[in-house]
Design a protein around this ligand. Structure first.
Ligand SMILES: [Zn+2]
Ligand SMILES: [Zn+2]
Length: 365
């Protein structure tokens, strides 16, 4: 104990797309099994930006924002024995129920209860972790791991889950569509787990520079190319020929979340290969695929959503081993109060990820 916890704090709440209100709310007191975290770092995520811009099918408004965070235990509820006040933590923001049909089959990522009770509100000084989360998906932060690195546990767990959906062992070549944080995490995990050259297709020079530094064999700009048969597709095919894949990539990972990108991912997949559709599109989006390629060429189309507790533990291991680096993706650091500015930086593609920290003064670059 020893830490003095204020009685109230300001919590940014999204009222409707584009409208954030700062509310003065009581700092929660942890009940049985719960844990109060003092947030050290919260990261912006594509989901926050999407929700801010157009709402989100899984997040009814008004709702607080922010789900990628790391902090220290400020107070623990009755019955919590695994953590002590003052301990540095790593956590995600959902936990499966453990009892439904999906959970019993080891597909906890599809558990409806996990989504219904997701924890939001990490862009605030304190965050209350519910009991189920504390039991399942909260960990002591490994020694030497920075809060910024630990805060990326959730997106990395999603990427680790995506990896379980592709036959990576058989892949001679991989292509990634997109240059956002998820694409850059996939790049690093693929480089750690496979010797296959990775071709990354993006649009933004600053992000593609990071991709080069993180080991992409080829980085291709495709401005229009992320639309199915736009002029960019030929450029991507050329890059694939350069790395010895004239028939396409054995694995294509789509990290854009737009139907044009889904179609391009399908088109660039080699016979016998797998297209992993990682980027979620707005509800009711449709995409059509040639039956010929799925039947005669055995092109597999797979999706990946969220993560299981196994994926979370694997992701924590990758971060602890330094096999995935988060610092190159965190281009800006701002005080918590500048959330709107941080989201703007990401929307303008000036930032890859912004770290919002209670302790950073606004003069920090
Ligand atoms: Zn996220
Ligand atoms: Zn369940």
């Amino acid at each position: 104990m020893g830490e003095s916890i204020p009685r109230t704090m300001s919590l940014p709440v999204l009222l409707e797309p584009g409208r954030i209100e700062l509310r003065e709310v009581a700092v929660p007191v942890p009940g049985p099994g719960e844990l109060l975290v003092r947030v050290e770092v919260a990261l912006t995520c594509g989901t926050d930006v999407k929700t801010y811009r157009r709402g989100h099918p899984k997040i009814p408004l008004p709702a607080p924002l922010g789900h990628e965070f790391a902090g220290t235990a400020a107070a623990v509820g009755e019955g919590v024995t695994a953590f002590a006040a003052g301990e540095a933590l790593a956590s995600v923001h959902t936990a499966p129920c453990g009892a439904c049909a999906f959970c019993r089959r080891g597909r906890e990522n599809l558990c409806a209860a996990a989504m219904d009770q997701m924890l939001l509100g990490a862009f605030a000084p304190y965050l209350l972790l519910p009991a189920r989360l504390v039991r399942t998906n909260v960990f002591p932060r490994p020694a030497g791991m920075s809060a910024t690195t630990a805060a990326a546990l959730e997106p990395l767990a999603c990427v680790v889950h995506g990896l379980t959906r592709i036959p990576l062992g058989e892949a001679g070549t991989v292509a990634i569509l997109g240059d956002g944080p998820i694409a850059l995490l996939f790049l690093q995990v693929l480089r750690a787990r496979s010797t296959a050259p990775v071709v990354l297709v993006g649009r933004h020079e600053t992000r593609m520079r990071v991709a080069r530094n993180l080991g992409a064999a080829r980085v291709v700009t495709a401005f229009e190319g992320l639309a199915g048969d736009g002029p960019g597709q030929e450029t991507v095919r050329e890059a694939l020929r350069d790395v010895g894949a004239p028939a396409g990539a054995d694995v294509v990972v789509e990290c854009v979340g737009a139907p044009e990108a889904w179609r391009l991912a399908f088109a660039l997949t080699a016979p016998g290969g797998t297209a992993l559709m990682f980027g979620g599109c707005p509800a009711d989006t449709r995409a059509a695929f040639e039956t010929y390629r799925i039947h005669y060429e055995e092109v597999d189309v797979r999706g990946a959503f969220h993560f299981t507790p196994r994926d979370v533990r694997k992701a924590l291991g990758l971060l602890a081993a330094g096999q995935v680096r988060i610092e190159p993706l965190v281009t800006h650091r701002r005080p918590l109060g500048e959330l709107r500015h941080a989201l703007d930086l990401v929307m303008r593609r000036e930032a890859i990820k912004v770290a919002l920290c209670p302790d950073v003064s606004s003069e920090h670059p």
